[in-house]
Design a protein around this ligand. Structure first.
Ligand SMILES: [Zn+2]
Length: 273
């Protein structure tokens, strides 16, 4: 009798706390809102964001963002398929856009919806620098860090909302969502990722950029430039959620060779700087 109750309780708990496995670390992570609910919300938020902001089209910078984005997404698909996670990105609808905004920012929503702000381009400097930021942001999305950034309560509320009302019509839910995914430019309400998530995204990001044919050491150079930029005037959005420490830069230097070694397994022999 007692055992039956315990078993029943366990089943309920398991049903509530749906877990997914992070394909890069093998760790179980909490995913209270399944992709089938989360991704439509993300797609809706992404479209709303694009309609409210000035999307840059037809410039070499805009083409560079799309080009690097395609390479990073192909790298992610190849890596996941090779590691037994074919179909992990089947619900993704990749999109890469540049918006005309001086904010130093970039993000990737779940489902592969990426935005770069023109304000980050002086720091990324070139294609490889863009790949370093893109790899890092895509890694956050692939590892579902945004979901874990929100509290379970918030996630459940959002999940319930998504089932009924359009998310964008409720400013409060929209704000929770945007905070969790680093969207917007109000530094005061931005939630930083945990140090653990940052480290994870750095490491996964290096592998992705290397498979895409970019030298992962550029990651260290990029974060050095970020650090230098943080010394200046206005608080840059990206840096408020991505503190650039010496530890981070040293880690990346240390991990660059293993990222190149991983990429060689995919036939990548030269790495663009
Ligand atoms: Zn990050």
């Amino acid at each position: 009798m007692k055992l039956k109750k315990v078993v029943a309780l366990l089943i309920v708990i398991l049903a509530i706390s749906a877990c997914t496995t992070n394909p890069f670390t093998g760790k179980k992570t909490l995913a209270l809102v399944p992709n089938s609910q989360l991704l439509p919300m993300a797609f809706q938020q992404y479209d709303a964001f694009l309609s409210e902001n000035k999307v840059v089209t037809g410039t070499s910078d805009a083409r560079m963002i799309k080009n690097v984005g395609q390479k990073i997404s192909v790298a992610a698909e190849r890596y996941l398929t090779a590691n037994g996670y074919a179909g992990y990105l089947s619900e993704y609808q990749w999109d890469y856009n540049l918006v005309d905004d001086p904010a130093v920012n970039a993000w990737c929503m779940p489902g592969g919806k990426i935005v770069f702000y023109t304000g980050i381009l002086p720091i990324t400097q070139n294609e490889a620098g863009v790949a370093a930021v893109m790899g890092h942001e895509v890694a956050h999305a692939l590892a579902n860090h945004g979901q874990q950034r929100m509290s379970a309560g918030q996630l459940q509320a959002l999940g319930a909302v998504a089932g009924n009302v359009a998310l964008s019509k409720d400013p409060k839910n929209q704000q929770i969502f945007n905070q969790a995914y680093g969207i917007g430019s109000n530094v005061a309400v931005m939630l930083p990722f945990s140090r653990g998530h940052e480290t994870e995204a750095d490491r996964i990001g290096l592998t992705l950029m290397a498979i895409a044919g970019y030298d992962p050491i550029v990651g260290a150079e990029l974060w050095q430039r970020m650090k230098a930029n943080a010394g200046g005037g206005a608080p840059p959005e990206f840096l408020s959620t991505h503190p650039s420490s010496d530890t981070r830069i040293n880690n990346i230097k240390q991990w660059a060779p293993e990222a190149r070694a991983e990429a060689r397994k995919f036939g990548v022999t030269s790495f663009r700087k």
